[in-house]
Design a protein around this ligand. Structure first.
Ligand SMILES: [Ca+2]
Ligand SMILES: [Ca+2]
Ligand SMILES: [Ca+2]
Length: 310
């Protein structure tokens, strides 16, 4: 069973927090810098040139909002490509998984969230914003891309199989396969069992997102330049934590986020966490703490069980 190192740390943090009932420190993964958590992607694994090169994904939070930022050679509105059905290849949708399970299992169980942030892409949902209970689909075929991940990794003698293939937190293709499809697939990836699912097919709309300008992102502390990237296109947006009311428990929720381009020529993921404020932040009620502890224990327990089976 694949358990990303950082993810394991996050779950431990959650459990410990429930047990000792101390004010929540910000759980972290990836690379922390100036208040943001960064996952820097391989800089030479974008098939087709710089227009299809993801450089990084970063996230942070304030008391009431979650922030995401993406950077690379692909602009928010995509790039012209006459081999795509709509003559345009851009970003897929960003997926958020709080379940502690693989992306496939989370999706099958109705636990996957998705954010459509690229208004010109081929998403199956219309409005930009956050969706719950998402089903996913593949649009790489009509965007002149890789319909499956095995094809991407074996194309051109494996030149796109680079370290940090989906950023810092899914560094190898085995990690990527295991997170997306499960360990069995990671052990034997084929064209058939690694279909690229890169946009929302359908889901329940929870609310919109607010885009952030470069200067707003800078004020918020974003600094891709610290890692030598972020010189071309940086896309940033935030969403209100209130969209997760009655969905996520109060306290720290670890998550995995990932995004592919529409052509699946590049992808990146990040392991991070968000703290959902309780109704009484300073003096948590016992039930809240109990809930938090149980949530962490249940998730950690599920993962241990999975690990035993694998
Ligand atoms: Ca890349
Ligand atoms: Ca397209
Ligand atoms: Ca990548």
């Amino acid at each position: 069973m694949f358990i990303p190192h950082f993810f394991k740390g996050l779950f431990r943090t959650t459990v410990a927090l429930g047990a000792i009932a101390i004010a929540a420190p910000q759980a972290s993964a990836g690379v922390l810098h100036n208040g943001w958590n960064y996952s820097i992607d391989a800089l030479n694994d974008g098939s087709g040139g710089y227009g299809y090169e993801i450089e990084g994904l970063a996230t942070t939070e304030t008391a009431d909002s979650i922030y995401f930022a993406l950077t690379g050679g692909t602009p928010l509105t995509g790039v012209y490509n006459d081999r795509a059905q709509d003559d345009n290849v851009g970003w897929g949708d960003l997926f958020l998984n709080f379940s502690g399970n693989t992306a496939r299992k989370a999706t099958n169980q109705g636990d996957m969230f998705g954010i459509r942030f690229a208004g010109t892409n081929d998403s199956g949902v219309n409005k930009l914003g956050l969706y719950s209970n998402v089903k996913t689909k593949n649009v790489a075929g009509k965007n002149a891309g890789y319909k499956n991940l095995n094809h991407y990794y074996t194309a051109e003698s494996g030149k796109y199989d680079q370290y940090n293939t989906m950023g810092t937190d899914l560094a190898t293709k085995e990690d990527a396969y295991a997170y997306l499809y499960g360990q069995n697939v990671a052990n034997n990836p084929t064209d058939k069992n690694t279909k690229t699912r890169n946009v929302i097919k359908k889901g329940d709309f929870l609310g919109g997102i607010d885009f952030l300008s470069d200067s707003e992102l800078g004020t918020a502390g974003l600094d891709f330049g610290n890692f030598g990237v972020g010189n071309a296109n940086t896309i940033g947006f935030k969403l209100s934590k209130s969209l997760f009311n009655d969905i996520l428990p109060d306290g720290i929720s670890p998550f995995m986020a990932h995004v592919f381009l529409e052509c699946a020529n590049d992808a990146v993921a990040i392991a991070s966490s968000v703290t959902i404020p309780g109704e009484s932040k300073d003096v948590p009620e016992p039930t809240t703490l109990l809930g938090l502890g149980l949530f962490g224990l249940v998730v950690a327990g599920q993962r241990r069980k999975s690990a035993l089976k694998a």
